[in-house]
Design a protein around this ligand. Structure first.
Ligand code: GLN
Length: 196
């Protein structure tokens, strides 16, 4: 079987996501091709897409410029980290006037909710998927989730990771950067994508 996962590769932690996805698939003994995505012609060949953190306004503009926007909405499995989570959200607080998101996930998210870049932090969290050191870089906060969403991680009361299944689509969002510290979330995502 042909397995291919793409990583949106305009800016942000592209290399880290590619490496972490490769390591996660190795850990799961799966043969997955992990490819950078910068153009629309590759989109229909993907089983899943990972949208890295970075700057959601920039990601939106570059995806529009490359004519990828509508195609991205049709990808069945998407994992968004930080700015990537913003890209997935139906409702975004503090977005710029011309900023658009894919509006695929039933979440309400607040951009830059912890403050400036200097307010970035790391935190060890214990969740059902395991222990992970979560790195928050000018992160958003998930303010609200729809009733059919599953919450995967919280810090105190704040939701910092969640997932949604709609029909045969699957979306996963984290406010932090799991690609920097562990393969746990990437392994989990791969398992959902290939239903293993
Ligand atoms: N502040 C960024 C945004 O609004 C997200 C930061 C990140 O991805 N680390 O898009």
């Amino acid at each position: 079987m042909f397995n291919r996962i793409g990583v949106l590769a305009f800016h942000g932690d592209v290399i880290e996501h590619i490496e972490t996805t490769k390591n996660a698939s190795k850990n799961l003994h799966l043969d997955i091709e992990v490819v950078p995505v910068r153009a629309k012609d590759i989109i229909h060949t993907l089983d899943a897409l990972i949208i890295p953190g970075g700057e959601s306004t920039t990601l939106h503009k570059l995806c529009e410029r490359e004519g990828m926007w509508e195609g991205m909405k049709k990808i069945k499995n998407i994992f968004g980290t930080c700015a990537g989570a913003i890209m997935l959200a139906k409702v975004v607080h503090h977005k710029t006037a011309d900023q658009k998101t894919l509006e695929l996930m039933d979440i309400e998210i607040d951009r830059n909710a912890y403050g400036k870049q200097t307010e970035s932090f790391e935190k060890n969290i214990q969740i059902s998927l395991g222990n992970i050191n979560a790195v928050f870089i000018r992160a958003p906060k998930i303010k609200k989730v729809g009733k059919d969403l599953e919450i995967l991680a919280r810090i105190k009361k704040e939701i910092v990771a969640c997932e949604q299944r709609i029909g045969d689509s699957y979306y996963l969002a984290t406010c932090f950067h799991p690609e920097l510290t562990s393969t746990v979330f990437h392994e989990y995502f791969i398992k959902q994508v290939y239903r293993i």
